[in-house]
Design a protein around this ligand. Structure first.
Ligand SMILES: Cc1cc2nc3c(=O)[nH]c(=O)nc-3n(C[C@H](O)[C@H](O)[C@H](O)COP(=O)(O)O)c2cc1C
Length: 194
């Protein structure tokens, strides 16, 4: 059976820099035989977590919106690629809202004390792709910390990262040295069955 690679484009910008990185990676994953599933968060209704603790009862979110489409893939995909720009020194709000809405997975593990992923399942892998307009040396730090948490909650092993500073205007990623090749390499690696 082929590997499912889930791609999440978090930028509100159409054909933006981070979605371009994602598309390069997904294209290579598909060429390598993976079944690629892509979501653009800007096309989904994803509301913020309301901290109702409803998921503490049964591990399910009571908020009815498009997270219902994402949850099965977040739990079931073999590999996950999150592409999100830096906004205000952190992860863009669209991505952060999705990460916060993964609280049901946290509740399953740490409140209900159940395992999220069936025992014996091959290791899941994740990659984070990002761009920032500036070259400020800590510009990716906040986002990286949130993404590390995201992988931990989803029981995904971090297996790749592309962080492109100084990429601001739409399309500028096309001039970033080797970005396409590095993205394609990540896509190929995440498509390998384990
Ligand atoms: C609301 C907003 C906030 C931003 N904040 C930062 C920032 O704090 N630091 C930075 O280096 N770039 C910042 N940027 C620039 C983006 O990170 C940059 O344009 C990036 O290439 C956007 O990626 P995208 O095309 O995938 O959306 C910001 C852009 C916007 C629209």
């Amino acid at each position: 059976m082929s590997v499912e690679v889930l791609g999440i484009a978090a930028s509100p910008r159409r054909k933006g820099n981070t979605e371009t990185l994602l598309d390069w990676a997904l294209e290579a994953a598909a060429e390598a035989g993976a079944q690629v599933v892509k979501f653009r968060l800007r096309e989904l209704e994803i509301n913020p977590c309301i901290a109702c603790d409803g998921c503490f009862d049964d591990g399910a979110c009571i908020v009815e919106d498009d997270m219902e489409k994402l949850y099965p893939h977040l739990k079931g995909a073999d590999s996950i690629i999150l592409a999100a720009p830096i906004f205000s020194m952190g992860l863009a709000a669209q991505a952060k809202a999705m990460v916060d809405r993964c609280q049901p997975f946290w509740a399953v593990k740490y409140v209900l004390r159940r395992s999220l992923i069936p025992p014996g399942r091959p290791e899941r892998m994740g990659a984070f792709l990002s761009c920032a307009g500036t070259r400020y040396k800590t510009v990716f730090d906040g986002a990286r910390q949130v993404v590390r948490y995201f992988w931990h909650v989803l029981e995904v092993q971090p297996a790749g990262e592309i962080l492109c500073p100084g990429v601001d205007a739409k399309g500028e990623i096309n001039d970033y040295p080797s970005a396409r090749e590095v993205a394609r390499d990540i896509g190929r690696r995440l498509a390998v069955s384990r």
